[in-house]
Design a protein around this ligand. Structure first.
Ligand code: FAD
Length: 466
């Protein structure tokens, strides 16, 4: 008998740890609500997680098994369960974020003390951190080099699902509710979790949008990205299965451009693994700048600006649309994430950690590695980051990527009746013109041109200039 400890692999098929657990034994699958993890969680993610667990449990029950769901410290729960079920080993898929690494070290020690074998395996990535390195053996900090090696390396095939006979006959207790775990209902509507929902999402994406992805992925109104991020975060679909299906889509592509578009999507999966290895090699980047500066960056303390940003009330339409999408859907389109993050860190010159914290609370797909990676990129403090002197102009970016203001109008009702030109010119209109066009929409809280100068100056000083 072996225990399989589900963490970020909330599915029944293509689970490396479950395959390892059932290669010549029966498995008892378990999920542990870890108090330390719950302390860093938030309603959107816990809601998604509970839905994913309900689907996983149903999957096991259809096969005559069940999922044990426990609450407590895994370093205490797992040795106890191993003893109760006579398990000689515990399998799990590796997780590379800082919090997980500390917890896993404690779990390893506790299991070793109890005489239980530990079998962690690679699961959530195609190539584990540390396996793709520079010729000097160091982790990459420039994506393009990482990508070339990642792309050319052979990919593992999906693991088969266990047979019903591989699953121990057990009976789990009912799942807790959000309230049992101490969380309110999320303000945003949360997408369905579970493997069926993930596969439907992937199928819909690979049936068409993936072939336009390269050309259209930056246009938020198009909805042409996969929206797989919460599924990849919680592992409701296996990364090997996703990759295999993208390879099939590439083979079926109608022409070379469409095939290149699939490869562009695959490169986003590589970004995910790039940031995983950045965090794995530099655990303190969750709180510290990746780049070294001569002097601290003089971030501004601006509670009102921060609040206006959170509320989507900055008077910059594309920024406000993104921040309101976050409130409504616990998700923001990638291009818009870049714009809202740049607005906070450059136009408002507010510390990226304040923005990261808000995203951590609000995103359903919050993933430490990607979130920190994205924030430090936008703040010009990270690996392969946006150069500090290239400050996004939220007005021209809005014009370019949402020319008809369709995305903006979807999330900012005050602007629904306004002409797209008026929307894009908003910060440059006179107060009278603004009142006439959209009386309920706020004036810009900052002047972009002077804010840009201020940000560049702050970065130059931090880099050691006068
Ligand atoms: P698609 O375009 O369909 O991409 C497919 C998958 O590739 C994504 O689901 C994701 O797993 C991965 N991916 C795509 N872009 C990136 C990227 N730039 N970096 C790393 N992985 C990527 N992504 C998260 O998963 N969680 C986060 O908490 C997160 N926070 C971010 C914060 C900021 C400030 C920025 C700029 C980006 C952040 N991203 C984050 C990356 C990216 O915005 C999302 O992964 C993407 O928007 C999710 O939508 P999708 O699944 O439709 O993406």
């Amino acid at each position: 008998m072996r225990l399989h400890w589900h963490r970020r692999d909330l599915r029944g098929s293509d689970v490396a740890g479950l395959a390892a657990a059932t290669d010549d034994a029966t498995a008892v699958p378990v999920f542990v609500f870890d108090e330390d993890v719950l302390a860093h969680a938030s309603p959107p993610r816990v809601a998604f997680l509970l839905d994913a667990l309900a689907s996983l449990r149903a999957w096991y029950r259809e096969r005559g098994g069940d999922l044990l769901v426990e609450r407590g410290d895994p370093a205490e729960v797992l040795p106890r369960l191993a003893a109760e079920h006579g398990a000689e080993a515990v399998t799990w898929g590796e997780d590379y974020s800082g919090l997980a690494a500390e917890r896993d070290a404690r779990v390893r020690r506790a299991l070793a003390d109890a005489g239980v074998e530990r079998r962690p395996v690679t699961d959530g990535v195609l190539h584990e951190p540390g396996s793709i390195t520079t010729n000097a053996g160091d982790p990459y900090s420039v994506f393009s080099y990482f990508w070339k090696k990642w792309r050319d390396r052979e990919k593992p095939a999906p693991h088969p699902a266990p047979d019903a006979s591989d699953l121990a006959e057990i009976e789990g207790a009912p799942l807790p509710t959000l309230a049992d775990l101490g969380f309110d209902e999320p303000e945003a509507s949360i997408p369905p979790a579970g493997t069926e929902a993930a596969r439907d999402r992937l199928t819909e994406f690979l049936d068409g949008p993936v072939y336009r992805y390269e050309e259209r992925r930056d246009y938020p109104a198009d909805e042409c990205t996969s929206r797989l991020s919460p599924h990849l975060k919680y592992g409701t679909i296996g990364i090997r299965e996703v990759y295999e299906r993208t390879e099939a889509a590439k083979a079926d592509a109608p022409d070379a451009d469409a095939a290149a578009s699939v490869e562009e999507f695959q490169s986003q999966l590589a970004w995910r693994e790039f940031y995983a290895q950045v965090l794995w090699a530099n655990r303190d980047t969750v709180t510290e700048n990746f780049k070294d500066f001569e002097r601290p960056i003089r971030w501004r303390d601006d509670p009102e600006g921060l609040q206006a940003w959170k509320d989507g009330e900055t008077g910059y339409p594309i920024v406000d649309a993104g921040m309101r999408q976050l409130r409504e859907e616990a998700y923001v389109h990638n291009r818009v994430r870049m714009l809202v993050a740049a607005f906070l860190t450059k136009d408002l010159l507010i510390d990226w950690r304040r923005g990261y914290e808000w995203f951590r609370q609000r995103l359903v797909d919050h993933d430490t590695a990607n979130d920190v990676g994205g924030w430090q990129w936008a703040a010009s403090t990270g690996t392969d980051a946006q150069p500090y002197f290239r400050v996004f102009n939220p007005t021209t970016q809005g014009e370019r990527y949402d020319p008809d203001a369709q995305y903006i109008k979807r999330y900012v009702p005050e602007l629904r009746d306004a002409d797209p030109d008026v929307i894009h010119e908003w910060p440059d209109l006179s107060p009278t013109q603004r009142r006439r066009a959209a009386p309920d929409y706020p004036d810009p809280i900052v002047d972009h041109a002077s804010a840009r100068e201020r940000a560049i100056e702050a970065f130059e000083t931090a880099r050691g200039g006068d």
